[in-house]
Ligand binder design. Structure first.
Ligand code: SF4
Ligand code: SF4
Length: 502
């Protein structure tokens, strides 16, 4: 489905006419006054002042915003009992110890494959969402959208709705404008600071770190991270807004290549809306048997759009599919006593079918959605299975490099190894060590006994191990396997190496 390029000339977002009056928009003179945006990403930016709307999609967005912000700000304060010595924070990225905790799950650096699996799963879910309902992630859940919505709500609260803000933009600096702007930016900065503040709480015990931050005893890295996140949140959500989605984010380009004519998107029903006719004339034209579309060209959908686009021009890359134009248009249609849904979720296939008088086409189940669903289920299922069955014990072995072997006075040969045992359980364990592959070999543990190698809780322990072969054994480059077993749980792990001999 072709998407309009974001740098095409756009119509200016103009205010809604007063009730009962019809204003002409988009005249040749108006269009001529608007500079075309060409080439440069930094040229011709219009400040967009979206109008507040009420409706179903706005309510859904408020609900999701509350949930998303609630989760982000509150999760660091959730507690989780991991026993003595374990952190009591439910979700924690402990960089010092190299651990990631998420409720009962504990990942070590060796478990980086789970993180990669999670990223792959997230990408597949995004592809599936896109194949079913376009940029639903962008419009409702993307952090840029959520925080921009929050910043816009603050702006609206302080400076008023669109018209008041446009007046304020045009007004010369005065005590009132400075006071209003100052208050808005102060609250924006406070939200941005809280955003950065909440982020660092995921990296240390949250209540403790809050106390340290308040008494200026937190590590410098925490203050630096908060400063950086405050600046980026304030800049991206307060000032750059739709520019981030249109020019910085790669997803619009990627999703344009992934979508198809059966994906649901917010679309304008041109078969119903055209020809656009002012409300008063429409009834007369219909009575006279002349064509009159439902669109009254009121621009309510354009002024409500946070991306500043006119959805009636077709599906565009700038459109984040937030649904606010749907609410705006539905309100207009309701006032005019016309059916709602002039703008709404629809598919390109449906539009084409209607254009030739065909019936509705709905193909949510199609090869690409089935493929993505199968991949999501497959990768998710595999990750879940491997998480549930993963071992809490690991063993690695390192052969001495120099000397690789030592011939003793009695003719026997000795090799030295370093064993590293990982105990991921929250209690100390004693492992029994055994050798496999070389029946004549004897193993000694320097400073210990092979029957009970102690490894502290949630830790890694190294042991120096010596393996002896009798004089007459032919063992050069023979493979041998070290095997450790926890006698209490029966958990075992192994690691292979080679015995070096003359
Ligand atoms: S055109 Fe509609 S759905 Fe798209 S960004 Fe604008 S308001 Fe949201
Ligand atoms: S699509 Fe609806 S909101 Fe947009 S201009 Fe037409 S009538 Fe107004």
């Amino acid at each position: 489905m072709p998407l309009a390029e974001p740098t095409e000339t756009r119509r200016a977002a103009e205010p809604m006419p007063a009730p009962g009056r019809t204003k002409k928009f988009g005249t040749a003179a108006t269009r001529a006054a608007i500079p075309a945006v060409t080439g440069s990403l930094f040229a011709g930016r219009r400040k967009i002042q979206p109008q507040a709307v009420r409706g179903t999609f706005r309510r859904i967005k408020w609900a999701l915003l509350a949930v998303a912000l609630g989760v982000y700000y509150l999760v660091p304060f959730l507690r989780w009992d991991r026993g003595p010595g374990g952190p009591f924070q439910a979700v924690l990225l402990d960089l010092d110890r190299g651990r990631f905790y998420a409720f009962s799950i504990e990942l070590w650096p060796q478990d980086v494959t789970y993180v990669m699996g999670l990223l792959i799963l997230a990408a597949l879910i995004l592809f599936l969402m896109n194949a079913v309902a376009g940029r639903i992630w962008c419009g409702y859940l993307c952090p840029q959208t959520v925080w921009t919505d929050l910043f816009l709500a603050v702006e609206r609260l302080i400076e008023g709705d669109r018209r008041a803000r446009l007046r304020l933009d045009a007004a010369p600096w005065s005590v009132e404008t400075i006071a209003l702007r100052g208050m808005k930016h102060a609250i924006w900065l406070m939200i941005a600071w809280w955003t950065g503040g909440a982020w660092v709480l995921y990296f240390a015990d949250a209540p403790t770190l809050v106390g340290e931050l308040a008494t200026f005893q937190a590590p410098p890295a925490a203050y630096t991270a908060i400063l950086i996140l405050t600046a980026t949140t304030y800049g991206l959500a307060g000032h750059m807004r739709e520019q981030v989605c249109t020019f910085m984010c790669p997803w619009p380009r990627i999703q344009a290549a992934l979508t198809d004519e059966h994906a649901l998107n917010i679309l304008y029903r041109d078969d119903r809306g055209e020809p656009r006719t002012p409300a008063k004339k429409a009834a007369a034209r219909r009575a006279a048997g002349e064509p009159a579309g439902d669109c009254v060209d009121c621009f309510a959908c354009v002024t409500a759009c946070p991306a500043g686009i006119d959805i009636r021009d077709g599906l565009q890359m700038d459109c984040i599919q937030c649904g606010l134009c749907v609410d705006a248009c539905d309100a207009v249609m309701t006032r005019l006593d016309r059916p709602t849904g002039l703008i709404g979720y629809d598919t390109e296939a449906n539009r084409r079918s209607r254009a030739v008088g065909g019936g509705p086409v709905s193909r949510i189940v199609r090869p690409r959605t089935v493929l993505y669903a199968v991949l999501v289920a497959g990768v998710g299922g595999f990750m879940l299975y491997s998480l549930l069955t993963r071992s809490f014990t690991a063993l690695s072995v390192l052969h001495d490099r120099n000397p690789q072997f030592v011939t003793l006075s009695d003719g026997s040969v000795r090799n030295g190894f370093t064993l590293r045992i990982v105990n991921k359980r929250p209690a100390e364990r004693r492992f029994a060590l055994a050798l496999a592959g070389l029946p004549e070999a004897r193993v000694d543990v320097v400073g210990g006994v092979p029957d009970a190698l102690p490894v502290p809780a949630d830790a890694t322990q190294e042991f120096r191990v010596l393996v002896f072969m009798p004089p007459d054994a032919r063992a050069a480059n023979a493979p041998l396997t070290f095997r450790i077993t926890d006698p209490e749980t029966g958990e075992a792990a192994g690691a292979q190496d080679y015995f070096k001999a003359p």
